[in-house]
Design a protein around this ligand. Structure first.
Ligand SMILES: Cc1cc2nc3c(=O)[nH]c(=O)nc-3n(C[C@H](O)[C@H](O)[C@H](O)COP(=O)(O)OP(=O)(O)OC[C@H]3O[C@@H](n4cnc5c(N)ncnc54)[C@H](O)[C@@H]3O)c2cc1C
Ligand code: SF4
Ligand code: SF4
Length: 395
């Protein structure tokens, strides 16, 4: 395990290390630096101190035999027998990477009554589908799914494993990577390869989005990355494609560990990342009570409800509904921004939206620069008017 500490009698309080830390983990008080809880032991600050006051000890690098690892796996997340869109998006990207590395694309799907998904996975780019079908896999549980995936990875040795940055993917991926002592890059926005070194170049925003960092995992396998839904486009499905389907025996060992499989209800997430219409709620809504006004519009339109970060930070809506740089990326056909200013970090979560309607009482709000339809006024008055119109039209 790496370690870090500040040698206090060498520290002169120059603060160079503070700006070198991407996680805001260093504070300088009374001319002495100290490392806080946010430290991830990334080592970025190690070289920044000209006074030899940072004692950073790196992990011993154990170089494993990487030559036996081949193939690109996509964890094909499904819910109730329906594939998540991100699984198909990742398969398209995996095909591209597999062609670069001259290897195969494998979709791994776990669940119950899911064998029929193989055809779709092959049509969207899988050369091979590995299916584990068991009643105890019917609901997602990160420990159970993690055990299964770790067993499969140890047995089949893929060189790359890609997963959707959904709430299930976000909890499953670190379970696997830590069990296998390999690297994991979350929320990648670009995935490329270095053919010669057979490396996955994993690019993602760093330093609060001000820089793009490309991360590699040279010493361990598999190389693991998560990607948010809607970032990549799926291939056009080709149902004439042939592929191999391996029905895997459900591991009885793991079944023994399964006491109760927790089915996390992700209705919100399904709605948000896959919705065609989203009503986005911003701080301008004024209070938690007023969110009901947006909910009524969403219900009338069959839309999902999204939120800006201040709305989530205020506890008015849960984090799973946050849109933006540190929330979800969404790509509905219609986005109705209600009392949202249009900060860059919020807009970072809006991809490929056909139509934006913005309601804001400030005619100079930045969101109006993007909006196709602009409504200047009090969102609390305007929302019920639109909802009524839609209800009347429907009836
Ligand atoms: C590293 C980092 C990551 C971030 N990640 C995210 C993220 O993922 N998602 C995100 O959303 N933000 C994120 N933010 C925060 C972001 O910078 C903005 O602060 C945030 O998006 C603003 O949210 P808002 O538009 O709801 O609130 P505000 O900026 O407060 O805007 C409220 C808007 O409502 C309007 N308004 C007020 N009253 C009314 C009314 N009665 N009727 C109509 N309009 C009204 C105002 O004119 C204003 O335009 C991040 C910030 C940082 C630094
Ligand atoms: S860079 Fe070195 S001397 Fe300067 S504050 Fe940090 S630890 Fe202290
Ligand atoms: S090791 Fe990384 S996270 Fe920890 S203080 Fe240094 S730069 Fe910050």
């Amino acid at each position: 395990m790496a370690s870090i500490d500040i040698i206090k009698n060498k520290c002169v309080g120059c603060k160079k290390c503070v700006s070198a830390c991407p996680f805001g983990a260093i504070e300088v008080e009374n001319k002495k630096a100290s490392i806080g809880e946010k430290c991830t032991l990334c080592g970025s600050c190690a070289e920044s101190c000209h006074f030899g006051a940072i004692n950073f000890v790196r992990d011993k690098i154990i170089k494993n035999d990487l030559s036996e690892y081949r193939g690109i796996w996509v964890f094909a997340e499904q819910r109730k027998g329906k594939l998540k869109s991100v699984a198909l998006e990742l398969l398209g990207k995996a095909r591209e990477l597999a062609e670069d590395l001259d290897t195969e694309t494998v979709a791994v799907v776990l669940g119950h009554n899911i064998e029929n998904l193989s055809k779709e996975l092959i049509a969207y780019g899988a050369d091979r589908v590995m299916v584990m079908d068991a009643d105890w896999l019917s609901g997602f549980n990160d420990q159970v799914y993690g055990e299964v995936m770790v067993g499969l990875i140890n047995e089949h040795k893929p060189e790359i494993v890609l997963m959707g940055a959904t709430s299930n993917g976000r909890s499953l991926a670190p379970c696997i990577s830590s069990a296998l002592s390999t690297g994991l890059t979350a929320d990648c926005t670009v995935l490329e390869t270095d053919r010669e070194e057979r490396l996955l170049l994993q690019t993602r925003p760093a330093f609060g989005g001000n820089l793009m960092a490309t991360i590699v995992c040279p010493n361990n396998r598999p190389q693991m990355a998560t990607v948010r839904p809607k970032l990549f486009k799926p291939l056009n499905p080709d149902y004439t494609r042939n592929g191999r389907v391996d029905i895997l025996p459900a591991s009885s060992q793991i079944e023994g560990f399964v006491k109760k499989i927790r089915d996390i209800d992700n209705e919100e997430e399904i709605n948000l990342t896959e919705a065609d219409i989203i009503v986005g709620v911003g701080k301008g809504i004024g209070s938690q009570k007023n969110i009901q006004l947006a909910q009524e519009l969403a219900d009338a339109l069959g839309a999902a409800l999204g939120a800006s970060r201040p709305v989530v930070d205020s506890g008015w809506m849960p984090y799973c509904q946050q849109v933006g740089q540190t929330g979800k990326t969404v790509a509905p056909k219609l986005y109705i921004a209600c009392g949202i200013s249009g900060a860059i970090q919020h807009l970072a979560g809006l991809a490929d939206i056909e139509t934006i309607v913005a309601i804001n009482n400030d005619p100079d709000a930045p969101i109006f620069k993007l909006a196709n339809y602009k409504i200047v006024g009090d969102v609390k008055e305007i929302l019920p008017l639109i909802t009524d119109k839609i209800r009347n039209k429907k009836s």
